[in-house]
Write a protein that binds this ligand. Sequence first.
Ligand code: ATP
Ligand code: MG
Length: 464
Amino acid sequence: MLATYTIIISMSLIIIASFLSYWFQSYFFDQKKEQFLDKSYMIQGIAMKYMERDGDATSQQVNDIITIISKYIKSDIWLTDSMGYVYAVSNKDHKEFMGKQVFGEELDKLRQGHTFEITGPYAGAFDKTVRVYGTPIINESGSFKGSIILYNSIDEISSPLKRVYEIIWISAIFAIIFSCIVIYYFSQKIIIKPLAEINSVARKISNGDVNKRVYLKSNDEIGELAQTFNFMADSVEKNEKNRREFISNVSHEIRSPITSIKGFIGGILDGVIPEEKEKYYLSIAYEEIQRLTRLVNDLLDMSAIEAGEFSLKIIKVDINEIIRLTVIKNETKIKEKRACVDVCFEEDNLFVAGDQDRLVQVITNLLDNSIKYVNEGGKIKISSKTKGRKAFISVFNDGPQIAEEDLLHIWDRFYKADKARTVKDSTGLGLAIVRNIITQLQEDIWVENKDKGVYFTFTLMKVE
Ligand SMILES: Nc1ncnc2c1ncn2[C@@H]1O[C@H](COP(=O)(O)OP(=O)(O)OP(=O)(O)O)[C@@H](O)[C@H]1O
Ligand SMILES: [Mg+2]
């Protein structure tokens, strides 16, 4: 980026400097020309007099006068007659041109009363490049009488120009260096350092240092980027924490049944457990294995639901029928708790849009909780009703209410509110699965402490 900026600025300044140099050169030459032409009028008078043999000007005098003027205007002078033959020169070194024709097509221009200027070697006269200005001499009656030629070696004219060029180019170089320093400083401060910091933090996070953050306070896009980056880092950290917790929960949940199964079977094999008690301990081991199976199934369901692998088969299902069947399936457990189940429907059938198996799982998990947490001999109530296009299904049980601080967390995986009281057969996955399914159906579920118990209510879309 720095290189690009530097190149752009250098190119712009070089273009400006070249343009200025060119403009200044043409301005300078124009000025010079005007100055020369202006001076050439001084010579006209004397030249005219000599040409018209009017007065007593001799060739020598003419030569002397133009020599003086040439010194004054710092430029060599030739005078030619109307045919283009040189008859006076200001510089003694040019005597050889006396009496020679020095014009090409310029003579025609002069005859028509125009001036001319040439830059280059002139009339085969000089090795070096010269700048030549020619003006016609025209008498009062308007006839062409000859011409004045002024010339300078280009080096002489250019020497003041060189100074100006130097100033222009030195300024340009300084401007380039200065702007590069300024760009470097600001880009370091505004872009490069902050980006380098974000970069290094990103690298640390990717190496597992997920609690690293970028500390940048600026009100620009980089500041915004840093903020967004930190949000991303927060969520990475949260995910990482969840993942660790999840793994430790799962391992814990799996280890405890395995430990007890191992203990019982080991005891039987070693003969520590008396033969008449073997069956009893085997049945406990069998229960533990069932618990493990349930846990693994729940985990598999859970990860499939979270990964979105469950493409829900949304069809028209009768939720009342699902409730009836689920209650019947759980009869033994209900009886064990001597609970009384109250099922309350507006009509026999209530058709909703949903996935049959997943809705069975929802009702099963909710009813399972109710049975688990209902008071001995308490009441469980399941009801379904409709309001507009929605169906509301709620599962109530009287029993201990859920503490305020737990209300938000009971939906989390492995969360068990009352750890001491919670029954052994519990993993804390039930509600997480329920909520995942309901969310995938794009419906709502919520919990309320009411009527000395707990209500779980969820919505479904009614189908006619
Ligand atoms: N009907 C209820 N009454 C009181 N507390 C409840 C009720 N339902 C759930 N909870 C609380 O919410 C927690 C989470 O419930 P969830 O169903 O997810 O797990 P669990 O029942 O403990 O285990 P799992 O269902 O996986 O066997 C429970 O541990 C319990 O503390
Ligand atoms: Mg449960």
